[in-house]
Design a protein around this ligand. Structure first.
Ligand SMILES: [Zn+2]
Length: 180
């Protein structure tokens, strides 16, 4: 049994973002077992982990579908099998620790983090607005809930540049017709 923390938003986002689009091709960082093991080790703080790869991938797919609104939370049941809370009491009071079987500790943490976020701040977890070129997700921590891109440096700049180009193109129809 592995003790896990709630919520675990960074892990959840990292898991959702294991299917980036690179040069127009959607890749799966968990498809190759060796790559997947490296990813799992990284997420487990460098420790060797007994995470079940197929279950982790299934949970990732379900979480992506949940964000898109095309799945039911009941599909998370396998990731939550054998997961429970344990009371820990010390001088400051009682806290609750989530414990999960080692075979799906990461899947369980991500599923619980999704539920916590969904309950506390629905809509804050969403797909990057650059849907044509990007398959990443973001968690909006801004006060105004107005974040649109997976990253300002990546999609933010790309979309701004595109809009700028389109505005210029639309503003100069005469110049364009002379070019032809
Ligand atoms: Zn993006």
């Amino acid at each position: 049994m592995v003790q896990v923390q709630v919520p675990d938003e960074e892990l959840l986002l990292a898991l959702l973002n294991t299917t980036p689009t690179i040069d127009g091709v959607r890749v799966d960082r968990l498809a190759d077992p060796e790559d997947a093991r490296a990813w799992i080790r990284e997420q487990s703080g460098g420790r060797r982990a007994a995470e079940d790869l197929a279950l982790l991938r299934d949970t990732r797919d379900t979480l992506q579908e949940l964000v898109r609104g095309t799945a039911s939370p009941t599909a998370l049941a396998p990731a939550l099998n054998g997961v429970h809370y344990r009371a820990v009491v010390d001088g400051t009071g009682i806290s609750w620790e989530l414990t999960a079987p080692a075979e799906h500790a990461l899947a369980a943490r991500a599923a619980v983090a999704w539920d916590a976020l969904h309950g506390r701040a629905p809509g804050r977890l969403r797909h990057c607005e650059n849907t044509e070129e990007c398959s990443l997700y973001l968690i909006d921590h801004s006060k105004s809930n107005s974040a649109r891109w997976c990253s300002m440096a990546g999609c933010g700049n790309r979309m701004k540049a595109r809009r700028h180009y389109e505005r210029r193109r639309n503003a100069q129809p005469a110049a364009r017709s002379q070019e032809r």
